[in-house]
Design a protein around this ligand. Structure first.
Ligand code: 4AD
Ligand code: MG
Length: 456
């Protein structure tokens, strides 16, 4: 591969070369260096793999450079691919030359062995990418995005780019970031107060009713002031929407999606998952347990059944359970973690707890909604069959004191060729947390936005 800086081979590719004596160029950053009288060693990483490549240097080569070949320095090594006499690697680079492209002041470099807590690393989010954990996290984040697109593209779903700027609070939860412009008192730029989108669902439904199977995958924004390990103000959501479908079809799609995408991501990033097993979960069976879960059907219960299980559990919860009160994270986690020991779809929630667009069940008390709860995290998916009957949908707006006018176009979908349809939203970061064992959403987002934090 030719780049402006000269020929180089990614370390991941280098390590697959099984033939000695090839001329190679490796570029990257120093992970470790060790100097002795007769020979010196340096390990380089470049982000392409969890592994490093060993570069062997002679005393002559390092004489003038020793103080510069320190952790974090950016270098280019040119040499020969040779069989390594030592344990630890099959091959190594016998360097002909070594060049320092970017120096590091070792006494000031913030990535040191002494403080590597995730809390500390969040304060240097621009540099934490250089640590083993974040290298693995962001490789898996990349792979998961790729596998998600692959899943839908292979099934003829269209990817729809729904808008980021919106004038509708799709979820009706009032957790929006408003947009300001110009001077106070200026008329609204968009004719109505605008905000950052909380969901692309209402927009993507318009496309579903023309293209049948569609999805959005993009950033969404919520001004929830909940300072928890599972909430971010800016997160990514995947929202498929399918026509000629009821709640059972939505649940079948959600299960297939999680299972296929989860297995493919683990296969693509096998090394990274080995790292998570050893260093994050500290359980060498952690990923194997995930794979086992991904091979069997998920449990499914109604909200009423969930309430019964919780009431009969004899467990002391911080928030009491009563029929009608909404489930808290502790209840969700109990169901997935302790009771089902795996993912569980909870269905048919009370109407009053859910959004206006969900299909009203016979009896009028519950809606055809589902949340998927998983161990350690709680809710990772929220979805439903949509209310496709115009009069019922209008009534659902009315009982919530929501005006019809801003939704005229959404109601039109029920006026012209309405169809049974539904979909769900997966919290991308929550899936990442569930799979990697990372416990804080701030540590699976490149530059997390949470109350008080939008630096970097
Ligand atoms: O359950 P929610 O609010 O559902 C919707 O937005 C629907 N419009 C989805 C649909 O049917 N198309 O959000 C969906 C998921 C949640 O289950 C959760 O995983 C994630 O989005 N989520 C968050 N993730 C991180 N930080 C937050 N503040 C989140 N709020 C929701
Ligand atoms: Mg939800």
């Amino acid at each position: 591969m030719t780049r402006g800086t000269g020929r180089r081979t990614p370390i991941r590719t280098l390590l697959t070369i099984a033939k000695a004596d090839e001329a190679v160029v490796a570029t990257g950053w120093v992970k470790t260096s060790r100097f002795s009288k007769n020979v010196s060693f340096m390990h380089l990483y470049d982000g392409s793999t969890t592994k490093t490549v060993q570069v062997v240097l002679t005393p002559e080569q390092t004489e003038a450079l020793q103080s510069r070949l320190v952790v974090g320095a950016c270098v280019r090594a040119t040499g020969k691919w040779v069989v390594s006499p030592a344990k630890g690697q099959a091959f190594e680079i016998a360097a002909d030359s070594i060049e320092v492209l970017g120096d590091v002041d070792a006494s000031a470099y913030p990535i040191q062995k002494k403080d590597t807590s995730f809390e500390y690393l969040r304060t240097i989010a621009h540099l934490r990418t250089r640590t083993n954990t974040f290298q693995s996290v962001f490789r898996v984040r990349n792979a998961l995005s790729w596998q998600i697109h692959k899943f839908f593209q292979e099934r003829q779903f269209l990817w729809i780019h729904t808008p980021i700027i919106s004038t509708n609070d799709a979820e009706g939860a009032g957790e929006c970031f408003g947009l300001a412009h110009g001077k106070p008192g200026d008329p609204p730029f968009f004719g109505a107060p605008a905000m950052l989108t909380v969901s692309g669902q209402l927009n993507v439904e318009c496309f579903a009713e023309a293209f049948t199977d569609v999805y959005t995958f993009g950033p969404t924004f919520r001004a929830e002031n909940s300072n928890t390990a599972r909430h971010a103000a800016e997160f990514w959501m995947i929202e498929p929407e399918i026509c000629f479908a009821d709640l059972d079809d939505v649940i079948a799609l959600a299960q297939d999606f999680i299972q296929v995408v989860g297995r493919a991501t683990i296969a693509q990033c096998a090394e990274d998952f080995e790292f998570f097993d050893a260093r994050i979960a500290q359980d060498k069976e952690f990923t194997n347990k995930t794979l086992a879960i991904l091979d069997r059907p998920f449990a499914r219960i109604t909200y009423a059944e969930a309430q019964d299980i919780l009431l009969k559990s004899g467990k002391k919860f911080e928030f009491p359970i009563g029929h009608g009160t909404s489930m808290q994270s502790e209840h969700e986690r109990f169901l997935a973690e302790e009771y089902f020991k795996g993912p569980v779809f909870v269905t048919n929630y009370p109407r009053v707890q859910k959004a206006f667009y969900m299909r009203l069940d016979d009896g009028g008390e519950t809606v055809s909604a589902t949340d998927l709860l998983v161990p350690r995290i709680g809710e990772i998916i929220g979805g439903s069959q949509r209310e496709d009957r115009l009069d019922v949908l209008q009534e659902q707006l009315r009982v919530r004191n929501m005006p019809e006018a801003p939704y005229w176009w959404y109601l039109d979908l029920r006026r012209y060729g309405t169809v049974p349809h539904g979909g769900f939203g997966l919290g991308f970061e929550r899936m990442l947390m569930w799979m990697t064992g990372m416990t804080n959403i701030r540590d699976v987002i490149p530059f997390p936005r949470t109350p008080g934090h939008a630096d970097f």
